[in-house]
Structure formats: C-alpha cells, structure tokens
Design a protein around this ligand. Structure first.
Ligand SMILES: NC(=O)c1ccc[n+]([C@@H]2O[C@H](COP(=O)([O-])OP(=O)(O)OC[C@H]3O[C@@H](n4cnc5c(N)ncnc54)[C@H](O)[C@@H]3O)[C@@H](O)[C@H]2O)c1
Length: 350
C-alpha cells in the first residue's frame, strides 16, 4: 500500500496526538471501531498509511530521542492514549529562530546540539508532506521551514496562524516550484470556531437577528502561553473574521483566546455568549461553556489534510489547494460557508 511520508516541524502536543493517533487507529481492525475519525478512509488511505519519517524540534528533552519517547517529554502535556513502539525516527535539531518567545523561555529548554541540514534530512527520509506544528508566534521559523519544504520538494501544511497558504506571494512560490501548499491555522475537529459559526448560522437561518456574540477561551498547553505573549491579537482577528462570515449581516462579534491557566493541562474551556431577537422582537440569549482536550482536536483534521495532500501530489497540483484550505483551516485564501467548504472538499477527494 502507498504511504504518506510526513515530516513534523515541532514535536509538541499536536505532534503527540497525531503520532499516538496513527498507532491507536492502526490497532483497530473493524471500521465500526474507528470512532473519532471524520474519515476512516480518505483517498483510499487509512490512518495506518500515514508514516512519520522525519521530525524537528529545539528542546533538549526531545532532540536526539526516538519519537516514541520525545512526544511524552515535558513540557508536552497531551494525554497518553496508547503505548508507543520505538519508531526508529529520531528528532533532529532545527534552527531556533523565533521559535521561543519571551514567555515560553520558561518552558522550552533549548538544546545545544548543532542544527541539522533540514532539507537534506527531508530528502534522505523521502518526506513528501511537511506539517508545520511550530508555536503560533514562530513567524520567521515557519517561513524558514516553508523554504526548506521548497528546497526538498515537499508539500507544505501550515497549521499555525502565520500567513503562508493565504499569502499570494508564498502561494506563488509553491506554484512556481510545482508543489501544493495548504493553510493557515488548522480548524479543530470539535472546535469552538466551528461550533460558534454553526450556532449563529442555525439561529440566523431561523430568522433570529443576532445583536452581539462573543467566544473566549482559556487553555493550559505551552501554545496558550505563546498565544498570550505573541499572537493573541492575530488569533482574535482570524477567529473573529471567520465567525462574523457565518452571519449574512453585520453584528457585534468577538472571538479569541484569552488566557493561560496552567492547571488545565492540555484542556481548553470555551465560553460563548449569544444575544439576539426573534418573533416580534422577543429576546433570546445563549450562555454556554464547552470543554475539550486541545491536542486530539487537531488529530482527525490533520489525518484528512495529509491524506488530501498525498492526493494533491498525485494530481500534480501546485500552489494553494483551495478545497483543502477552506475545509481544514480558519484562514484559507478565501473563506466560504462551512457547507460549501465540505462539499468542495468531498468533490476534491472524489
Ligand atoms: N487543536 C490544536 O491544538 C490546534 C488547532 C489549530 C492550530 N494549532 C496550531 O498548531 C501549532 C502547534 O500547537 P501545539 O499545541 O502542538 O504547540 P506546542 O507548543 O505544544 O509545540 C510546539 C513545538 O515546537 C517546538 N519548537 C519551537 N521552536 C522550534 C523551532 N525553531 N524548530 C523546531 N521546533 C521548534 C517546541 O519545542 C514544541 O515542541 C500551533 O501553531 C497552534 O496554533 C493547534
């Protein structure tokens, strides 16, 4: 069977969920056991057909370690869901650049090992798809790794909120190199942005006039520290724009991440407030709390994205692959309604 050969940039919580997910679902034989996957089989590929062939990080507790060990090293706090066999893939040291922010300095212990030749490692490992899982504030490092993907001939998946697939100049660089790129800012499987958009659409489709709404969340992963320090405003702008687009009229909309609460560990609590009026100006209000575990929320969508990228490579697509961007990212080159994004993605896969 063909495999999707993936390189992971950043062996943090999302990488942990992704790698454990491959092992977890590989053990389940019956399709009906594969609870938690949006698409058990996509483009003819199962999760067990995803193979991580290279990985890069900067933390000394991860660099030089086998992936099976590195994913459980501190400061990762994603839950352990299965025992991991030795993978044979050791974490390489990548260049630090802006990977560590003012606040995450207290969490990440930068390794003194010398930097690997990233493009060479990628080529030697036969990596086809690079998945950028750097902290959201690592804008320069994200661009540097995008350059390495170009140099090594890899498709590029940008889960961070830095603009690469949605930046016309970057999309053109990938198009010129005849490589596909998707992003930016991965959508969660059961995410607060999707839930918020779905609630607003349901209400407005039923004739409710929304006056004001917000969604704010707190989390306990290192990523929440980085967001607080470096990307709160950018994330708020992306989420607010995405949520506001689900209403056919202008309303007061705020959506964003607010704080880091260490004892939450890898959990995230999201709070929603929606206020509007319906028949004869009758008022309606929703006050809701939604709790999730952060890293597994990226797993199923990432499984879909890397398998879709294998398809894109097979079809020799180049530049931003818009049906994948719209389906799986909060800031695609073009925002479309959720149902249109799903339909376009299904057509692409078919
Ligand atoms: N559900 C989700 O968790 C979710 C959803 C959407 C988007 N994302 C995005 O995924 C990304 C990763 O999230 P996470 O929770 O895994 O973060 P994390 O902080 O747990 O992991 C980041 C990893 O990158 C490493 N790193 C830092 N600088 C580096 C460098 N220069 N080179 C190589 N590695 C470096 C860190 O040591 C750490 O291991 C974030 O940008 C986040 O916005 C996550």
């Amino acid at each position: 069977m063909p495999k999707v050969k993936v390189a992971l940039i950043g062996v943090g919580n999302c990488a942990s969920a992704f790698i454990q997910g491959i092992q977890y679902y590989a053990k389940l034989q019956k399709p009906e056991d594969r609870i938690g996957l949006r698409n058990p089989v996509l483009a003819g590929l199962s999760p067990k057909d995803i193979q991580v062939v290279a990985a890069f990080d900067v933390d000394e507790r991860k660099v030089g370690k086998d992936l099976s060990e590195a994913i459980f090293a501190k400061p990762n706090n994603a839950p352990k869901v299965c025992d991991m066999p030795v993978t044979g893939v050791k974490v390489n040291k990548g260049p630090l650049l802006d990977g560590v922010g003012k606040s995450t300095k207290a969490f990440i212990q930068v390794s003194s090992a010398s930097d690997a030749n990233v493009a060479k490692v990628l080529k030697d490992a036969g990596a086809e798809v690079m998945v950028n899982l750097l902290p959201s504030g690592a804008a320069k490092a994200s661009q540097w790794y995008a350059e390495q993907a170009l140099a090594a001939g890899c498709a590029f998946v940008n889960t961070t909120p830095n603009f690469i697939a949605s930046d016309a100049a970057w999309a053109k660089r990938f198009a010129d190199a005849k490589l596909p790129v998707v992003g930016d800012d991965l959508v969660d499987q059961v995410g607060s942005t999707t839930l918020h958009k779905t609630l607003l659409k349901l209400l407005s489709d039923n004739g409710v006039r929304i006056d004001e709404t917000y969604q704010l969340d707190v989390g306990g992963g290192t990523e929440s520290v980085d967001t607080l320090d470096r990307t709160r405003d950018a994330k708020r702008a992306i989420k607010t724009q995405s949520v506001a687009a689900s209403l056919p009229y202008k309303a007061e909309v705020v959506a964003g991440s607010t704080d880091y609460v260490d004892f939450l560990q890898n959990n995230r609590d999201s709070y929603f407030w929606i206020s509007g009026v319906y028949f004869c100006n009758a008022p309606m209000k929703i006050d809701l709390k939604f709790s999730t575990v952060d890293a597994p929320n990226a797993g199923s969508v990432l499984f879909d994205v890397v398998r879709a990228m294998k398809l894109a490579l097979g079809k020799k697509l180049k530049g931003a692959v818009t049906p994948v961007c719209a389906y799986a990212f909060k800031h695609p080159p073009q925002i479309v309604p959720l149902e249109v994004a799903k339909e376009e993605f299904s057509k692409f896969i078919a």
